[in-house]
Design a protein around this ligand. Structure first.
Ligand code: MG
Length: 283
């Protein structure tokens, strides 16, 4: 695959991504997909989706897990409901994530990813239990010949590094999302990218504006069209180049309530990334 192929975050039936036909129409060569609901996460659905990707010359580069009961309504609700961190749902979601890994294998995809949730404080019993659960998941994922990428944003770069270090498995990496660092108020995105860069194996191209200083970390920033927010796309891509990253640039635009605008913004994001790529890499 060429360096920095453009990608887009898509959904089969769950999640905030666009449908595969949008990627096809915009001639985008790679997608990450949000795993479908359990009822539709079948071998037949995998065969069908894979066939559609082959027809459209689209490569699936990651399958993201997501779970019923998750809500991103506001930051406290996100902390309470998202990922493997909430204890009440951890065992069931861990089991579901192993099924998602099996589904990804049927798509011939060697990367699964998720928002693990707000990683608890180091040294707490919650933290130790999360490490143990994450290792169980990673061992299953390794059995499928896959890596697991953690989405960034819900904790600082330093805390994410601690967690990955403590989990101590060689198939755990990072999906870096610069906008999430702004949306969650968890750190300046370029500095964070430099800190975790050696573990970054996939990225989101998404943009956002900071919440007012007194609200950061308690209230969301605002997700905006790529190139119009506070990330600084050229600096972001130049930093990825410095780090030696040459994987997909996967566009995310999380406004599923406005499909027309979502498609327009993604089309403009493709143009922006294509221009910046040729400016920065000379091709
Ligand atoms: Mg993201």
């Amino acid at each position: 695959m060429e360096s920095w192929p453009i990608g887009v975050f898509t959904s089969v039936d769950a999640g905030l991504g666009v449908r595969l036909d949008v990627a096809h129409e915009l001639k985008i060569p790679t997608v990450q997909i949000h795993a479908p609901h359990k009822e539709t996460r079948t071998p037949a659905a995998a065969r069908d989706f894979r066939a559609r990707c082959v027809t459209a010359s689209i490569t699936v580069t990651a399958v993201f897990g997501g779970f019923d009961g998750e809500s991103y309504a506001d930051i406290p609700t996100t902390a309470r409901t998202v990922g493997l961190v909430p204890r009440e749902t951890r065992a069931a979601r861990l089991a579901e994530m192993t099924e998602i890994s099996d589904f990804a294998k049927l798509l011939a995809c060697n990367v699964v990813a998720l928002h693990i949730g707000f990683v608890p404080d180091r040294g707490s019993s919650d933290y130790r239990e999360l490490i143990s659960s994450t290792r169980d998941l990673l061992d299953h994922v390794a059995g499928n010949g896959q890596n697991l990428h953690l989405e960034t944003g819900q904790e600082s770069a330093a805390h994410l590094l601690e967690f990955i270090h403590d989990v101590d498995r060689d198939n755990l990496f990072i999906n870096f999302d610069p906008a999430n660092m702004i949306l969650y108020g968890s750190g300046e995105p370029i500095a964070a990218l430099k800190q975790v860069g050696h573990l970054v194996r996939s990225v989101h191209c998404k943009d956002a504006r900071w919440a007012a200083p007194e609200k950061r970390g308690r209230e969301w920033g605002t997700e905006v069209a790529l190139g119009t927010g506070d990330v600084g796309m050229e600096t972001y891509l130049r930093t990825l180049l410095e780090l030696g990253y040459d994987g997909p640039l996967t566009i995310e635009r999380e406004i599923p309530h406005d499909r027309e605008r979502q498609k327009t913004d993604i089309s403009q994001a493709v143009n922006l990334l294509t221009d910046l790529r040729s400016k920065i890499r000379g091709k």
